[in-house]
Structure formats: structure tokens, C-alpha cells
Design a protein around this ligand. Structure first.
Ligand code: DX5
Ligand code: ZN
Length: 219
């Protein structure tokens, strides 16, 4: 079994203190930083872009797990790579040619992540599985933090975990949206090895980040 990793989403952080918030996450034991990039078009919300990522990256020593909810995504991949993204995750619906977007991320020597919305089927990416480093299963419809976890997406996690074992593949399975101390255990049991969490990490136990990260990691 792969080691369980925690990727806190800075969407729930104090945006006036982002640099310090990232330090708090690092000190609390985060394995990477999940950055939600939204364009007000692919999803109905707007967040941050490359200049902010570049500034934050200077302040951090752990990988940046950049979740691009923007369309068309292809022409922006390079800017995010240059800004300091270590993992670049895109949605298949946001590009005309998924293979060429995968190849572009690889050429920039970044890890390739593909995200599946709750209604997107595993079949959409099946032929590319040997070229993908990470699959991000959305357990809410992307756009906002603090939404309710959709348990039905765990069927896709189980399916991908089975494929990973049967074909001896190495991709990570990450889950994003509405993760709490209970469903985290179900997700891990189903095959998830990276948990994204915003609300639970920043708001639970009076914002005790270390405690919340440890609790999410425990099985
Ligand atoms: C939703 C984002 C998530 C979200 C997670 O579109 O991709 O990363 O911020 O936040 P919580 O844990 O609050 O659901
Ligand atoms: Zn995300």
C-alpha cells in the first residue's frame, strides 16, 4: 500500500496571510500544498493564478499540487509550470486533446494529474493510465470549498485501485471535496492515497492544523 499523504487546500486559508498559512501547513505535517485555480468559466468561481503561485512557492519547501479548473487549459500549462507547480492536474473536459496536454506537462518535467468530476467516467482516461502520475477524483462538483462529500465516487476509486494492482501501475489516487475524519477512512479503504482537504484542516478543532492532519492520516 502507498503511504497516505495529505494535501491541504489553501482555498479555506486566510487569503490575507497566504504565505504564513503555507508555513503553518508545512509545520503541521502537510505533504504538499493543494492550490485550486478557478477561472469563473470552467467553474463558477475565481481564485488565483501564476503570479500568486510563484510568490507562494518561494515561501515553501514542499511540492505544489496545482488543480487547474480552467478552460481551455492547454495554453496555460506552461505558465503554471514556470510558476512552480510540481503536479499539474487538469480536467479532460477542459482540453481538446488530452494526450497532447499530457505530453506538454511531461515535457515540462512536471507530474501529470487528471481530475474526474463526479459524473466523469474512468473510461475517459483508461487508455492514458500508464502515462498519468495522479488521478484526482472529485467528490463534489468543483467550484467551492465546504460542500458535501458524494460517497458514490468511491466506486471509481475502487475501480482504479483494481486496475492499478492488476496492471502494476503506479499512479496516485487523490480525492478532493468534503473530506472529513469519517469519510477519509472510507476513501483510504477504497484505495485513495492522497487526501485533499480545506475546511476540515483549517476549521476543525479550532484550526489546530497539526491535529487535523494527523487525524485525517490515521486509519
Ligand atoms: C473544490 C476544490 C477543493 C476544495 C476542497 O472545487 O477543488 O479542493 O477546496 O475543500 P473542502 O475540503 O472544504 O471540500
Ligand atoms: Zn481541488
Amino acid at each position: 500500500m502507498k503511504k497516505i499523504q495529505i494535501s491541504p487546500s489553501i482555498l479555506s486559508a486566510d487569503f490575507s496571510q497566504l504565505g504564513n498559512e503555507i508555513k503553518r501547513l508545512e509545520n503541521g505535517g502537510a505533504d504538499m500544498i493543494h492550490v485550486d485555480v478557478m477561472d469563473g468559466h470552467f467553474v463558477p468561481n475565481l481564485t488565483i493564478g501564476p503570479p500568486v503561485i510563484k510568490a507562494l512557492k518561494k515561501n515553501s519547501s514542499i511540492p505544489f499540487d496545482v488543480h487547474l479548473m480552467i478552460s481551455p487549459v492547454h495554453k496555460y500549462i506552461e505558465s503554471y509550470a514556470n510558476a512552480g507547480a510540481d503536479i499539474i492536474t487538469i480536467h479532460p473536459e477542459a482540453t481538446d486533446d488530452l494526450l497532447s496536454s499530457i505530453n506538454k506537462i511531461k515535457k515540462l518535467k512536471k507530474k501529470v494529474g487528471i481530475s474526474l468530476n463526479p459524473e466523469t467516467k474512468v473510461e475517459v482516461i483508461e487508455e492514458f493510465l500508464d502515462q498519468i502520475d495522479l488521478i484526482l477524483i472529485m467528490s463534489v462538483n468543483p467550484g467551492f470549498g465546504g460542500q458535501k462529500f458524494m460517497p458514490e465516487v468511491l466506486d471509481k476509486v475502487k475501480k482504479l485501485d483494481k486496475i492499478r494492482k492488476n496492471f502494476k501501475l503506479h499512479f496516485d489516487i487523490e480525492i478532493d471535496g468534503g473530506i472529513n475524519f469519517e469519510n477519509s477512512k472510507l476513501a483510504i479503504k477504497s484505495g485513495v492515497n492522497i487526501l485533499v482537504s480545506g475546511t476540515t484542516i483549517f476549521k476543525n478543532n479550532n484550526g489546530d492544523i497539526k491535529k487535523n492532519i494527523d487525524l485525517l492520516r490515521s486509519i
